[in-house]
Write a protein that binds this ligand. Structure first.
Ligand code: ATP
Ligand code: MG
Length: 496
């Protein structure tokens, strides 16, 4: 397979060349036609003049031929291209302009003479005479009114016409060659500049690949490369822009991933340090009091359970991000039942944590189904409940439900401290925690997990918060309006 550029050059060149060739052939044909037509018309006029001259000088019937015939109307002697021949009815040569008697007669056969005489009209032939193409008119000769006395041949050499046509041909061939050269060069130049953006994109792609596959290759540097902007507004210009946008998105993605790994390592290292420190302390200090020893071990145990939770969350996040496959396990879920269950668990946790100033209520409960994984949805709802318990431990927590024909909305409204506007856009980021939340347990993964799981269910989370007055999270999920008999899932894009 040839390269695109070669194919473009071949195509443009062939097209230009074909166009020129056709044009040249048509020009040549028209020109040759018109020149020969002219020659023939000239000859027709000369035939009339010559015939009149001869008729005036031959008398009687049977005719009395003079010794010489003088051509008065045309100057055949000084016109080397013109030859006149007069023959009698029987074919005897009576007159010829050419002075050299050894010259062969004009190549007209007796039967052609007879044909002209019997038809009474002038006939034209193109023959080669002394190497030149020659147009010969054969016309019957009358005398004394209507008596046929012979035949006149008037011949005109077409050498001038042929010379002109030969020149034209050379000119056209040269023009075609020049056009061909220009087409090749123009095609080469045009495709080179037109395809320059592609070359540049390929260059950047190669550079990125090389930099990524080098043993000490660095992703950030590689993804920071961009295709230089081109002076193009069309498809190629757009392509360059799109590729650059893609690279920017990849760079952002890579950066997020990098931060995530750094954050995760940091979060894991902190409890690990405590655990190791405490274990070291217990091992190296034999004179530690039993209470101190018990406390150190208890702290290490607490930290290790925090670590376990964190690792669990990380695993869940990784699993949620890597699998659209979970949809396989989706089934109709009675979302109201899930909410009731979560409400019960909220109660239990409030009691367990002894949150006496927090009241929890459930409003708007109605039967509705969504397609999904009941365990995952329960987990999502508990993330909001746990946050409310942590960040809004006084006042009311209202679990609410409302439906439209196509949606189910689940709300978690608390009357706690709220979220500052500067934090609001970030709370769904992994490891993001508002300053006010720092002193409480947690790693900042809860809402990130919730968002991924809800999105995988085809839903979305919105949040409204007024600092000092409370926060409301709303989870909107696509509703299964009719329980599907075949267990099929609703069309994801039904009412976006
Ligand atoms: P984790 O859930 O991983 O234990 P976390 O609760 O800090 O830790 P997220 O659940 O992701 O993490 O919440 C992110 C941040 O959003 C919290 O640190 C907190 O600052 C803020 N936030 C979340 N829910 C509320 C709420 N109901 N009221 C006030 N602030 C909240
Ligand atoms: Mg949380």
């Amino acid at each position: 397979m040839r390269s695109l550029r070669h194919r473009l050059i071949i195509w443009t060149t062939s097209l230009v060349f074909a166009l020129f060739a056709i044009l040249s052939i048509v020009t040549y044909y028209l020109q040759s036609h018109s020149l020969q037509d002219n020659a023939r018309q000239t000859l027709a006029r000369e035939v009339l003049v010559v015939r009149a001259d001869v008729q005036q000088q031959v008398f009687g019937y049977p005719p009395i031929w003079p010794d010489g015939i003088r051509l008065i109307g045309i100057n055949a002697i000084s016109d080397p291209g013109l030859t006149v021949e007069v023959r009698g009815v029987a074919g005897t040569l009576r007159y010829k302009t050419d002075s050299d008697p050894n010259d062969a007669p004009l190549p007209i056969t007796r039967s052609e003479d007879l044909q002209a005489m019997s038809s009474g009209t002038t006939l034209y032939y193109t023959r080669t005479v002394q190497g030149d193409r020659t147009l010969i008119a054969v016309t019957p000769l009358m005398a004394n009114g209507n008596e046929l006395i012979g035949v006149v041949h008037v011949a005109r050499s077409l050498s001038e016409v042929d010379a002109a046509l030969g020149n034209l041909k050379s000119l056209l061939v040269i023009m075609n060659l020049v056009a061909l050269a220009l087409a090749v060069f123009g095609g080469w130049f045009l495709t080179r500049s037109a395809l320059a953006p592609l070359t540049q994109i390929a260059g950047v792609a190669n550079a990125i690949t090389q930099s990524l596959t080098k043993p000490n290759g660095r992703t950030p540097e590689a993804l920071r490369m961009r295709v230089p902007p081109v002076n193009e507004t069309g498809e190629l210009g757009n392509l360059v822009e799109d590729v650059n946008h893609m690279l920017a998105a990849l760079e952002r993605y890579d950066e997020r991933q990098r931060h995530f790994i750094a954050d995760a390592s940091h979060e894991l290292r902190t409890p690990l340090t405590t655990i190791r420190g405490n274990l070291d302390l217990v091992r190296r200090s034999p004179d530690l009091s039993p209470e101190e020893r018990a406390q150190a071990i208890q702290d290490a145990a607490d930290e290790s359970s925090r670590m376990a939770i964190l690792i669990n969350d990380l695993l869940m996040l990784a699993r949620a991000e890597s699998s659209g496959a979970t949809r396989k396990f989706f089934a109709p879920v009675e979302i109201d039942a899930v909410l009731v269950d979560v409400f019960r668990l909220a109660h239990e946790r409030i009691q367990a944590q002894d949150l006496r100033h927090l009241a929890v209520q459930l409003v708007g409960l109605e039967p509705a189904q969504v397609a999904g994984d009941a365990m995952q949805l329960r987990q999502v709802f508990l993330i909001f409940v746990d946050n409310a318990l942590k960040y809004a431990p006084t006042g009311t927590l209202t679990l609410g439900m409302s439906t439209t024909p196509s949606r189910v909305n689940i709300t978690f409204a608390d009357s706690g401290e709220g979220i500052a506007p500067k934090d609001l856009p970030h709370i769904f980021d992994r490891f993001y925690r508002a300053d006010t939340g720092r002193d409480r347990e947690g790693s900042g993964l809860g809402l990130a997990i919730a968002r991924i799981l809800v999105e995988q269910h085809g839903g979305a989370i919105t949040v409204e918060s007024a600092p000092g007055r409370g926060t409301t999270f709303t989870v909107a999920l696509p509703r299964l309006s009719h329980p599907p008999s075949s267990g099929g899932l609703p069309d994801e894009h039904a009412d976006r």
